[in-house]
Write a protein that binds this ligand. Structure first.
Ligand SMILES: C[S@@+](CC[C@H](N)C(=O)[O-])C[C@H]1O[C@@H](n2cnc3c(N)ncnc32)[C@H](O)[C@@H]1O
Length: 259
């Protein structure tokens, strides 16, 4: 009889193991094999102490393992009855190609499950003290990547300036183009913006400023190649990250100040 394997597509959260779900921890402990992305924290991997770890991360400057090869590895291990964790940064279904892997597993008849993770789209702003939908300031946010230029361009054209908070992933290197596009679309030059690098990692670094200064902001060398999330919109000027001590004065939109 064929042994019962299971492939778990697991979200590892933004970095530090504190942001793993309990189910993710359980699946890591049970795993025989972990196929992980480049951005996954060593402390997260260490939880899978009895597993074989394979780095299938795609990053610049090294030979890339193709998406098809990753899917073949998942199918092969699952069909041999192994407990496999496919570990991805953030949430597996947010810009993570988890959908393609789930589809390939379904087509191959391999049992699989999705274990949601805390997406950096949510975690990076939260850890910087930016409430994405602060009442009276912003009542919606969109998550976009400039890596898909056609979609991000169409979206920015369609959005009235200042209407929503924009959260941009995989856009750190394109920050100048993103800022130019928003300014050309009529977003005020003084619209607050934030660049959040390496959230929940030792390289965490936050920049805040005006939209027209985003292109020129330069992180320190130790954070320069950390993954980055960009927030544009009035909420980006808020900083509710302090737990102790005096909070800095916060300029809220007039509608909030009246409440
Ligand atoms: C390929 S996408 C994967 C997103 C992931 N599935 C998620 O839900 O967070 C990678 C992008 O996520 C963002 N990112 C990942 N980890 C981050 C972190 N610790 N701090 C800030 N942004 C991060 C960056 O924009 C990075 O380019």
């Amino acid at each position: 009889m064929k042994p019962a394997g299971l492939v778990s597509l697991v979200g590892a959260g933004p970095g530090h193991p504190d942001y793993l779900t309990q189910k993710a921890v359980r699946r890591l402990r049970e795993a025989d094999l972990v196929l992980h992305d480049a951005l996954v924290d060593p402390g997260v991997l260490a939880i899978a102490e009895r597993a074989e770890w394979v780095d299938v991360g795609k990053r610049a400057g090294r030979p890339q393992i193709s998406q098809e090869a990753i899917q073949r590895l998942l199918i092969d291990a699952g069909s041999k009855g192994r407990r496999v964790v496919r570990l991805k940064g953030g949430d597996p279904f947010v810009f993570g190609r988890g959908g393609e892997e789930a589809l390939a597993l379904r087509q191959a008849g391999i049992p699989f499950e999705i274990v949601p993770g805390v997406s950096s789209a949510i975690a990076a702003p939260a850890l910087a003290g930016i409430p994405l939908t602060h009442r009276g300031v912003a009542s919606a946010f969109v998550v976009v990547t400039t890596a898909d230029k056609a979609v991000s361009t169409a979206l920015i054209e369609a959005l009235p300036p200042g209407l929503v908070t924009i959260v941009a992933l995989m856009s750190f290197g394109n920050r100048a183009a993103l800022a130019t596009q928003l300014l050309d679309r009529g977003w005020p030059a003084q619209t607050p913006a934030a660049l959040l690098l390496g959230a929940a990692t030792p390289r965490q670094w936050t920049w805040r400023g005006a939209l027209n200064a985003l292109a020129a902001c330069e992180p320190p060398a130790e954070s320069a190649d950390a993954p980055g999330t960009i927030v544009v919109g009035a909420v980006a000027s808020l900083d509710l990250s302090l737990v102790h001590g005096e909070l800095p004065p916060i300029a809220l939109a007039s509608s909030v100040a009246r409440e």
